[in-house]
Design a binder for this molecule. Structure first.
Ligand code: SF4
Length: 502
């Protein structure tokens, strides 16, 4: 479907400068990176950022199709944009736009940009506004990342933890997952491009960068093949450690097969790598894992997790777990539960299987009723809550380093909030008024933990850390409810299922 197939035949009447753009992100952390990069691109082009509920000249919805909920949220956001800005350009991009462009056109989008063409999105919008001929974009073009979206510095109104894309696409083809169809094959970003962006982001004020992609652990494999590049990701991490001023590197999600001895060895001695590892499990039953097309068994998973925990003291280890995969029996679910019980996990993201048309799992028999999926999910969510509370409690009495993210909570309590490298969210009780110079966003501070609950640990300031930098305002890209914290997008959680923790 050509981009010129639009609902709005004329460019919007624009009688003011600068132009206003509102961006809504739906989906995973990779989408969030791309939304921040688009935000950065629109800023460079002279646009003003406004909230998604406000009147704007351009609305961009970065869509998600990982589940039915992602689809629904994406359609809803496009409809909202069209209602709020009747004459506006409403752009739909991202995975749902790649998969079902017509449904988003029907919802009110008048510019669809495929995943592989996102780097041209800002220019495509500018041309529309100027009334110039459209770029020759094709929403139906096969997804493959040729160029990566770039962030050159601090994203205006972005998040405190900078995100840095190192990879896109996936070659795994798990049987439930739609993502390889909408993101294409695995492509690694050139190392020099990553380092250049990292330096620019650090110079602009970020002290923590989270590396993101669809299948981050496979970084480098597309260039050198699976056998010859086990250390490619480790080499990149080592080079990033050399970026002046960068204090933390976060590696959000790595598939179990890619948690190599080299990576664990690096983690043991790294001065920068956050002790936070998200290693998707999906199921702890070997039969289910095989039917999911996952290329490891429960023994391998257990070995990797145990080795990581033994090697990196204080590590926060989380996992994605899917319940209700077609044919999953009660006994197979219990196998998952029992495996988790035996491992030093700190939290789970629990998803109910969500059927995605066009995946091999769609054709499998014995799709579980919603009630069964909900019951199993609830049990794991409760399990996760207990584990997270215990992990938080293990920090009581300790002094920890916290990166401040926000200096005022939305409830006006004046507390500052931040994260430790091992992903404990800390509320600082004796600082954080918006004018308090001791505790501002992007600062690293020492905090003594006094009390812990499941969502937060509470503490007080100790000695301020050195090397702090000025604060920037925090009004991030708006995110839709379908966002899930696992780094890559998996075809799993459904409309009723919440993630256990974030
Ligand atoms: S679940 Fe993850 S590893 Fe498997 S195909 Fe989807 S994106 Fe790739």
């Amino acid at each position: 479907m050509p981009v010129s197939d639009s609902h709005v035949e004329h460019p919007p009447a624009v009688d003011h400068q600068p132009l206003r753009v509102a961006i809504k992100n739906i989906g995973c952390k990779l989408n969030l990176y791309e939304s921040e990069a688009l935000r950065s691109g629109f800023s460079r082009a002279g646009f003003d950022m406004v909230g998604f509920e406000e009147e704007a000249d351009v609305y961009v919805v970065n869509t998600c199709t990982v589940t039915g909920a992602g689809d629904a949220d994406s359609r809803r956001a496009v409809r909202t944009a069209r209602r709020t800005g009747e004459e506006a350009i409403v752009v739909a991009t991202g995975c749902y736009a790649q998969r079902r462009p017509g449904e988003l056109s029907d919802a009110g989008a008048n510019l669809i940009v495929a995943n592989g063409e996102k780097t041209q999105l800002v220019e495509a919008v500018q041309r529309r506004i100027q009334g110039s001929p459209d770029l020759n974009l094709n929403p139906m073009s096969p997804p493959k990342t040729e160029k990566f979206l770039q962030i050159d510095g601090m994203v205006e109104g972005g998040r405190t933890r900078g995100t840095l894309q190192i990879q896109d696409g996936c070659d795994e083809h798990c049987t439930y997952c739609i993502i390889p169809q909408v993101r294409g094959v695995s492509v690694s970003r050139p190392v020099q491009e990553i380092l250049t962006q990292a330096r620019a982001m650090v110079e602009a004020g970020y002290v923590e960068l989270a590396l993101t992609g669809v299948h981050t652990g496979s970084f480098g494999h597309d260039r050198h093949g699976t056998d010859s590049s086990p250390t490619e990701l480790v080499d990149l991490l080592a080079q990033l450690e050399g970026v002046d001023g960068l204090r933390r590197i976060r590696l959000n999600s790595v598939e179990p097969n890619f948690v190599t001895d080299e990576l664990i060895g690096f983690a043991a001695h790294s001065s920068h790598l956050c002790r936070h590892y998200h290693i998707p499990l999906q199921s702890g039953d070997d039969t289910v894992l095989r039917r999911m097309g996952r290329r490891y068994d429960r023994q391998h998973y257990a070995d990797r997790i145990q080795r990581l925990a033994d090697t990196v003291p204080g590590a926060c280890i989380g996992a994605d777990v899917m319940v209700g995969f077609p044919g999953e029996t009660e006994a197979q679910f219990e196998n998952t539960h029992e495996l988790l019980d035996s491992l030093p996990m700190s939290y789970l993201h629990v998803f109910s299987y969500s059927l995605r048309q066009g995946t091999p799992a769609e054709r499998l028999p014995d799709h579980a009723p919603r009630a069964v999926k909900s019951t199993r999910a609830r049990r794991l969510i409760e399990w996760s809550q207990t584990r997270r509370l215990a992990f938080h409690r293990s920090h009581v009495g300790q002094q920890v380093e916290v990166l401040i993210e926000e200096t005022r909570r939305s409830d006006g309590s004046g507390l500052a909030v931040g994260r430790t490298d091992n992903y404990v969210q800390v509320l600082i009780e004796d600082g954080g008024g918006v004018e308090d110079p001791r505790v501002q966003a992007h600062q690293l501070v020492n905090v003594k933990i006094r009390e812990a609950r499941e969502q937060f640990a509470f503490g007080s300031l100790s000695t301020p850390m050195t090397g702090t930098i000025p604060a920037v305002p925090l009004t991030g890209v708006e995110t839709g409810s379908a966002e899930h914290p696992g780094e890559h997008a998996i075809g799993v959680h459904d409309d009723v299922q919440a993630v256990a923790s974030s």
